[in-house]
Design a protein around this ligand. Structure first.
Ligand SMILES: [Zn+2]
Length: 385
């Protein structure tokens, strides 16, 4: 019998999405947050609040140093942050990139474009074998090959800020504001250790838990250890989300940064979704998204359709069509790249994916294995509505 998955009545988020809540009329917390964005939040006031913060940290023109630090990748959000902070607010930021697992050519080009915009960028090339061991372990242990990346992107910028005596770190969107979360996390404007542990995609696995994996030592894991509370207090660091102070609209941002040298994928959409400007910098992103799909029954196309619905660019019906067409396809390109990267065979990779696949959400055969269509895609045991 088909499983009846509950969906938000306004967007296409299902109840299986972690940290998502529904109100009595069946509207999800991400849509409620979007209503606030459009109708209730006083953006003029938030902009003033932002100016007040900036004024506290901006160095005089005759002082040596950076006004703030911006964590970046080869993606659109960080390019926009860098552009906005430098060009609109006249700050001198230091950008720090914790490289992705398998950088794409496009990601590399977009990253080097940031320095061409007149900004210093530190591109951190990590210890490859140590990181790779954690990629494989994260994949097997928590069903996420991006685990060490989540850990690194949130930790390294903090470590660098402390070393360079930079007091202000400016992150991009507030993910809970855009994708939903507990109420206090939507209103939250700072990134703290608690936020990282709860929402940073670490899935309950700590860096301490990686010690000993393939003989990894604490020393080799240095860039992944978040500073202690004491170190953070001593450094006087303030970590804020730009998306708390300014109305976040990725498509509008994209139009701006394309005029400043940012490139999108020209030969069709990114694997696993329908647009050509998200997740451009990582070759294996499709695997990460697919693991989410097998666990919760929704993939990246749902995320993107929901954002487009909330921003009134498409209707719920149009979004539904996109989700049916693009979500949940077996990520051939990402798996091929992951085979090359990890040395695991396709059978080993599929066996791990199967171990994280929810048997309530997907059809199984009499022997308990998952049914697949001719293309190798899982068959949903629930209607998308
Ligand atoms: Zn919703």
């Amino acid at each position: 019998m088909a499983y009846q998955l509950r969906y938000c009545t306004k967007c296409l988020f299902p109840e299986t999405k972690p940290d998502l809540f529904f109100d009595e009329s069946g509207v999800c917390s991400a849509c409620k947050a979007a209503e606030l964005k459009f109708a209730k939040i006083d953006w003029k006031q938030r902009e003033k609040d932002f100016r007040t913060i900036i004024d506290q940290f901006k160095l005089r023109d005759d002082q040596i140093g950076y006004d703030c630090l911006i964590p970046v990748s080869g993606g659109k959000d960080s390019t926009y942050q860098a552009y906005f902070i430098k060009e609109v607010y006249g700050m001198n930021p230091l950008c720090v990139c914790f490289e992705t697992t398998r950088e794409t050519e496009l990601g590399r080009r977009n990253l080097s474009n940031i320095s061409k915009m007149g900004i210093d960028v530190i591109h951190f090339h990590k210890n490859y074998p140590a990181y790779r061991s954690m990629v494989i372990e994260g994949f097997k242990r928590v069903g996420d090959e991006m685990w060490p990346n989540h850990s690194g992107i949130f930790t390294l910028p903090i470590l660098v800020a402390i070393k360079f005596n930079i007091k202000l770190i400016i992150w991009g969107e507030n993910p809970q504001q855009e994708y939903g979360g507990p109420w206090e996390s939507i209103e939250n404007h700072t990134l703290t250790r608690k936020w990282l542990e709860e929402f940073g995609g670490l899935l309950g696995n700590r860096i301490q838990d990686m010690i000993g994996v393939d003989g990894l030592t604490v020393k080799e894991l240095t860039p992944y250890f978040y500073p202690t509370e004491e170190e953070l207090t001593r450094a006087g660091l303030v970590s804020i989300f730009l998306g708390h102070y300014f109305f976040w609209d990725a498509r509008k941002h994209l139009e701006i940064i394309e005029k400043h040298g940012f490139s999108v994928k020209e030969d069709g959409p990114v694997e696993g979704t329908y647009n050509n400007y998200e997740n451009l910098d990582e070759e294996m992103h499709g695997l990460h998204d697919y693991l989410k799909f097998v666990k919760y029954g929704f993939g990246r196309a749902t995320d993107h359709a929901c954002i487009d619905i909330r921003n009134h660019r498409i209707t719920r019906e149009e979004g539904l069509k996109l989700v049916k067409k693009f979500d949940g396809k077996y990520p051939k390109l990402a798996v091929k790249a992951f085979i090359e990267y990890s040395g695991l065979s396709k059978e080993e990779i599929d066996s791990v994916i199967n171990s994280f696949t929810n048997p309530v959400l997907f059809k199984t055969k009499a022997d308990g294995t998952f049914m697949r269509n001719k293309k190798g895609d899982l068959i949903r045991n629930f209607p998308i509505r």
